[in-house]
Design a protein around this ligand. Structure first.
Ligand code: MSP
Length: 510
């Protein structure tokens, strides 16, 4: 089955930070897991390059907007391999193919009678690139997200008749309780719609950096309409000579942060309806990674607030897997949560090094020590198998609902179970008594299989570690059907150096 997952496309006027990495990591976990299930996966991420903030930043630097985006987009592009993110394409909204398709789809929306010309007056945040209703403003016409003054804007432009989709959107939410996940975000979107929809500005007249409105070239499309369409346009040109639209549209999951809920859960389905296109199956809204400041208050991480944790630096010191694991384990996907260097140090040492790292190194070391690396041809312990085998089904069930943290917690139960098994069966005691040799065979074979199963299950979160362990076991297969204890899958193992060395470099220790 086709599985199409997307991240928001990132504004290029800021440097990539952990908040951006977070959505990309979430999408990568889903993409990798679905590939393990043999699904036909397409994973899209990219950059959002038009709009006023980019035009203004370029002006300040005295360069063209194109030069600015050509300089900044590669930073986001480079972030993906650094995070071990396996996106199938990287869309840039300045791609000519994207622009052409935006014009096509919005032209169709106009032909279908959903666009009219009118006068716009309202309060605008140039950083959000969004007009704020009274309810969305902070005190004295400020932006509650960026804490800056809003600008009073007035201009002639084209409108998208969003209000005409009031009933259709209400019906969508009545019929599809899983259109938006998790539930509290579904309720938020539905409440926004129930509050009554107003038509929205579709174009800007006093801006040139954007996709030209084909029926009135004095206008460019409002950046959000251009940006949202990336999910659809990219399929048309991601593979030269092969239009993937029919194969992958509609998207299975759009993953987004809670800050852009309105655009994805209200504007976007209405736009698709207006264009006569099928709607995505789910929009999953995750929370914010927050940073604690010196006074203990929690803030959204953002360049403009100056409290950014640099993902590149974390990766350099502790490796990609540690960052992936920490973000998705520490903060329950779908809720806000604080990240900190102390929290990172605790999970790195307590869980990655002491639990998983130890399990890996001691299992392999014991097989090498007691059996010269040859895995005994014994049936794995049925009691252990009965506990570990159901994990794959449970992980798959949770990931079907994009419950990334709950799925990781579930997989981790297996790591803990295996560590308890080592303590309960104490192979070092069995090894002292030749009469217990068969028992030791069963314990070692069970541990090796357990380790293999855990490496398959944990692959989406820890692809590098999983690959190293499966390499040491000579069993690289990742398919999820193999995630159950079997006899004879692994013949011989090699030792591994500790995958999560207890470096003195752990930040809290410095
Ligand atoms: N360009 C728009 C999205 C257009 S999608 C058609 C945009 N870009 S953004 O770069 O400002 O933010 C994109 C996404 O980054 C957010 O929705 C969210 O997914 C992620 N995050 C940015 N900061 C974040 C945190 N502090 N925490 C978690 N994720 C956040 O909005």
């Amino acid at each position: 089955m086709a599985f199409y997952v997307t991240t928001p496309i990132y504004y290029v006027n800021a440097a990539p930070h952990l908040g951006h990495a977070y959505t990309a990591l979430g999408a990568d976990v889903l993409a990798r897991h679905m590939r393990q299930r043999g699904e036909d996966v397409f994973f899209l991420t990219g950059t959002d390059e038009h709009g006023e903030p980019v035009a203004l930043a370029a002006e300040r630097e005295g360069i063209t907007p194109q030069a600015l985006v050509d300089r900044n987009a590669p930073r986001f592009q480079a972030l993906m391999p650094r995070l071990n993110v396996s996106n199938d394409f990287f869309v840039r909204t300045s791609d000519p193919e994207h622009k052409r398709r935006v014009q096509e789809v919005l032209g169709r929306i106009r032909e279908n009678g959903h666009v009219y010309k009118g006068k716009y007056e309202g309060w605008y945040c140039p950083r959000c690139a969004d007009f704020k209703t009274d309810a969305e403003q902070g005190p004295d016409h400020t932006c509650p997200i960026h804490l800056i003054e809003l600008i009073r804007e007035e201009e002639e432009n084209y409108f998208f008749a969003l209000s005409a989709f009031q009933d259709d959107l209400e019906r969508l939410y009545a019929e599809r309780p899983d259109f938006v996940l998790p539930r509290h975000r579904f309720n938020e979107a539905r409440a926004f719609i129930a509050g009554g929809l107003q038509d929205v500005s579709l174009s800007r007249a006093n801006l040139t950096w954007g996709v030209t409105v084909p029926w009135d070239p004095a206008h460019v499309f409002y950046v959000w309409f251009d940006a949202l369409l990336n999910y659809y346009t990219a399929l048309g040109y991601a593979r030269e000579g092969d239009d993937l639209t029919d194969r992958f549209w509609p998207a299975t999951y759009h993953l987004i942060g809670k800050d852009i809920l309105k655009f994805h859960t209200v504007f976007w389905p209405a736009m698709l309806m207006a264009a006569g296109l099928p709607l995505p199956k789910h929009v999953f809204v995750h929370g914010f990674l927050l940073m604690r400041d010196a006074s203990g208050d929690e803030h959204k991480m953002s360049k403009s607030l100056g409290n950014v944790l640099d993902p590149f630096q974390v990766i350099d010191e502790f490796g990609t897997d540690a960052l992936r694991y920490y973000c998705l384990r520490e903060v329950s996907f779908g809720h806000d949560g604080a990240v900190s260097t102390a929290g990172f140090a605790a999970r790195y040492e307590g869980e990655l090094a002491n639990e998983l790292g130890n399990l890996i190194t001691r299992t392999l070391a014991m097989v090498v020590r007691y059996r010269d690396g040859d895995v005994p041809a014994a049936q794995p312990d049925p009691v252990l198998a009965a506990e570990l085998d159901p994990l794959a089904v449970e992980v798959a069930r949770l990931l079907d609902g994009a419950e990334l943290s709950a799925a990781l917690d579930t997989a981790w139960l297996g790591v803990r179970r295996l560590n308890r098994y080592v303590e309960e069966r104490a192979p070092w005691v069995l090894a002292k008594d030749a009469a217990l040799s068969e028992e030791l065979d069963v314990v070692l074979a069970s541990l090796v299989e357990g380790l293999r199963v855990m490496s398959v299950l944990l692959h989406p979160w820890l692809p590098e570690t999983s690959g190293r362990v499966l390499g040491a076991l000579g069993a690289p297969e990742l398919d999820l059907t193999g995630a159950r204890l079997q006899a004879g899958r692994v013949a011989h193992v090699e030792r591994l150096s500790p995958p999560f060395p207890k470096a003195d470099a752990v930040p809290a220790r410095r």
